[in-house]
Design a protein around this ligand. Structure first.
Ligand SMILES: *[C@@H]1O[C@H](CO)[C@@H](O)[C@H](O)[C@H]1NC(C)=O
Length: 357
């Protein structure tokens, strides 16, 4: 039997040599759907197979008979995200199966494929659950887009999966909060159940990345607008039939320039596109969201503007604040203080910049 240690050790052996980005044979034109099993609209028989592969079923309990508008937005966001995840993990599975350059896992091959098969099927059910709710309440299901993923080897693919799964887990907290605030009590339990499943997946990714599987006692929170922006960053622009029916904000991009950020207090470099005619960013701040704590506000230092790109440094106060796991950063047009991640999103212009330690 394969031990956990050997699984973690194989990660170090996998070649991380970067290769030129090209579309996978799996999705020559960024088109992933429909899959062979009919997803995103499987037949009843195809659904049976997906449920077997997922090691569980869609809930057969009586669903609530009403939902709020915010609740609809929740289901739309979850569907958009889960469909993207199905595309991602299906392509990753394809790359590993075919031992594409950078994806030859040696003896870990079959174990990883088995786990990816479970993850893909579980994400399909998350998506079908959300789109099923939209249908039930007379709304259009969210349709797949074309995607382009910035990864070309197994390690970077797992690192990206770990990052977006972390953002999703932070955002599902917000989804639960929105359901609760709007009287959609009957949906809360199921979201919490899917959040736990994502956490199990995250532990697997972190193990492969040679990290402690459980990152922090209370996961970093996020809000729906940050996740929606992050999802859009992986979509081929203009390729979505109806993602614009989701009434969430898309922020301007914030890039974390510093790479391989270690778990120590340090300055981190960021960049964002210059706003039209704006040269003075002294009123702006870099805000860090980690765990369930009050957002941390840091001034922008060493601000430089060149060719329409603004670069700056800001403190990453790791030691003082125990900034383990996911940290979400945003540039706001006020200095706060901010009581919640939601308050940060209201004042955010650029984001989310994502840091993993
Ligand atoms: C799969 O491999 C192709 C070709 O290298 C690459 O473009 C694509 O991003 C990879 N996808 C994943 C999810 O690893």
């Amino acid at each position: 039997m394969r031990s956990i240690i050997s699984l973690a050790a194989f990660a170090a052996l996998v070649s991380a040599a970067p290769v030129d980005k090209r579309y996978s044979d799996f999705s020559p034109d960024g088109v992933y759907f429909p899959l062979d099993d009919g997803f995103p609209t499987p037949s009843a028989d195809q659904l049976q197979t997906i449920q077997k592969q997922a090691f569980g079923t869609l809930s057969n309990a009586q669903p609530p008979d009403k939902v709020s508008d915010e609740g609809i937005t929740n289901f739309q966001l979850v569907a958009a995200n889960e469909i993207l995840e199905v595309a991602y993990f299906t392509e990753l599975h394809y790359n590993v199966t075919n031992k594409a350059p950078g994806y030859d896992l040696g003896y870990a091959h079959q174990y990883v494929l088995d786990e990816l098969e479970a993850i893909i099927a579980q994400e399909k059910l998350h998506a079908l659950n959300a789109n099923g709710a939209l249908k039930k309440f007379g709304k259009d299901p969210i349709q797949p887009c074309k995607y382009s993923f910035p990864v070309t080897d197994f390690q970077s693919a797992i690192a990206l999966a770990a990052t977006f799964t972390d953002v999703v887990m932070g955002t599902l907290q917000d989804v639960i909060q929105q359901f609760a605030l709007n009287g959609d009590t009957g949906f809360v339990r199921g979201v919490a159940a899917s959040l736990g499943n994502e956490g199990e997946q995250e532990g697997f990714f972190r193990l492969i990345l040679n990290k402690r599987p459980s990152s922090q006692p209370f996961l970093t929170t996020s809000v729906r607008d940050f996740a929606f922006t992050a999802i859009n960053g992986l979509i081929v622009p203009g390729s979505c039939p109806n993602i614009d029916s989701i009434p969430l904000k898309i922020f301007k991009p914030l890039t974390v320039v510093t790479q391989n950020i270690q778990a120590v207090t340090q300055n981190i470099e960021y960049s964002f596109p210059q706003l039209d005619g704006v040269n003075d960013y002294s009123a702006y701040a870099l805000v860090l969201i980690n765990g369930q704590n009050k957002p941390i506000v840091e001034p922008l230092t060493n601000v430089a503007i060149e060719n329409g790109v603004v670069t700056f440094d800001a403190a990453f106060p790791f030691d003082e604040n125990n900034l383990n796991g996911l940290t979400i950063t945003a540039v706001t047009n006020t200095q706060g203080p901010f009581a919640t991640a939601g308050d940060v999103a209201k004042a955010a212009v650029f984001g989310p910049g994502v840091i993993e330690t």
